[in-house]
Design a protein around this ligand. Structure first.
Ligand SMILES: Cc1cc2nc3c(=O)[nH]c(=O)nc-3n(C[C@H](O)[C@H](O)[C@H](O)COP(=O)(O)O)c2cc1C
Length: 355
């Protein structure tokens, strides 16, 4: 039942996609996760077409990727058709395999300009954008949509049909409305409904955090692919574990050494990619995610949050893992307030709040 699928001639194998997450799935995070195995497609963070087409260095940096990530999609957002088309061409020029259009971000500053989930309530604009982008590039164009804008205007099936008619070659649905934000659960029945009416491949997104969850969603919806976002922050091996299950292999279980190694590898990649201060900032946001559920994980996150240098972060990681691997309790950094922790990034809104 679960098999690779194709976006035009690009094979997505295994049929698992690292869901785009602004402020998270940058070049280092994607590389880190791709190396763990099981990812059939990586997607950039959403990138502003206003930034890209005005030569904003941050936007251009966000398009970069490593060859080892392929197949790789660049996701763009915006509300102006001409700028969307120009940005799509830029993504094609840098060698992206696929161009994805964000029709789901709920952040007010994105919606205000007609982009993101704003497109779900402005079909004429959506249609023009899709047609202009389709004309401008040769690589496949795909869309990532939400269930609808308001809870009482659910129109995912109509949006999917419109997107297909305008040339979209893959439809990914995050089954929450813009009004819902990240509350409640994603409606996967809409994925099933879309799959029934379009010919292009369809993937679903939302709340998949376990192997069983992924298989249940495939069974219930008959969808082609599954996107995993937050679940991959908590468990970078989730794709590999699902792939192991598809292949009938024993499921890989990371050891404590693997978990420590992933943290160190991530920190090294960040430091290669950016100056020390932002690398430390990123580490504060994400390091703790990888240790969710581990004994003393909350104290570890606090101690990382209170670190101010590379050396301090490396010391805290070493102390924490040596304590838990020897079965000693971890008390964290002496005197550090326990209640203060880096906020968990939980939406594209959070990521756009400061940019
Ligand atoms: C921090 C964060 C940032 C996100 N940024 C994007 C984005 O840039 N583009 C996008 O299409 N979806 C974005 N999303 C939505 C996710 O791709 C995904 O559809 C959603 O989180 C539900 O899936 P999950 O439960 O597997 O995380 C973001 C989600 C989070 C948590």
């Amino acid at each position: 039942m679960t098999k690779p699928f194709q976006i035009r001639d690009i094979e997505i194998n295994p049929p698992l996609i690292l869901s785009p997450m602004a402020g998270v799935t940058d070049i280092s995070f994607r590389r880190l996760l791709k190396r763990r195995g099981g990812i059939g497609l990586t997607v950039s963070e959403f990138i502003s077409v206003e930034g890209l087409t005005r030569n904003n260095p941050k936007s251009k940096r966000q398009m970069r990727f490593f060859e080892e990530e392929r197949p790789y999609a660049v996701q763009i957002f915006g509300g102006q058709p001409a700028r969307m088309a120009m940005a799509a061409q830029m993504a094609e020029e840098i060698g992206a395999d696929i161009l994805d259009i964000n029709c789901g971000c709920p952040a007010p500053k994105v919606v205000k300009h007609g982009g993101g989930s704003g497109l779900l309530k402005d079909y004429p604009r959506l249609e023009t954008i899709l047609k202009e982008v389709r004309k401008a590039i040769k690589i496949p164009m795909t869309v990532k949509i939400r269930a609808g804008f308001y809870d009482h205007t659910i129109n995912a099936v109509e949006t999917a049909l419109l997107a297909e008619a305008c040339g979209a070659e893959h439809i990914a649905l995050h089954g929450r409305t813009k009004e819902q934000g990240y509350k409640g659960l994603a409606n996967w029945d809409l994925v099933r409904q879309i799959k029934e009416v379009v010919k292009v491949p369809v993937s679903g997104s939302g709340d998949v955090t376990t192997i069983e969850g992924a298989f249940a969603r495939w069974r219930e919806t008959n969808c082609d692919g599954i996107l995993i976002g937050r679940g991959a922050m908590a468990n970078p091996w989730i794709f590999r574990q699902i792939e192991d299950t598809i292949a009938g292999r024993e499921v890989f279980q990371p050891t404590l050494e693997d978990k420590q190694a992933v943290l160190l590898e991530y920190f090294e990649m960040l430091r290669e990619d950016m100056p020390e201060l932002p690398a430390i900032g990123r580490m504060k946001q994400l390091a703790g995610q990888f240790t969710r559920g581990l004994q003393g994980g909350a104290l570890f996150r606090t101690s990382i949050y209170h670190s101010h240098s590379v050396a301090e972060i490396l010391d805290r990681i070493a102390e924490y893992f040596s304590a838990i691997s020897e079965g000693r309790p971890y008390y964290g950094e002496a005197g550090a307030p326990v209640e203060e922790e880096a906020p968990v990034l939980d939406s594209c809104e959070a990521a756009t709040a400061t940019s």
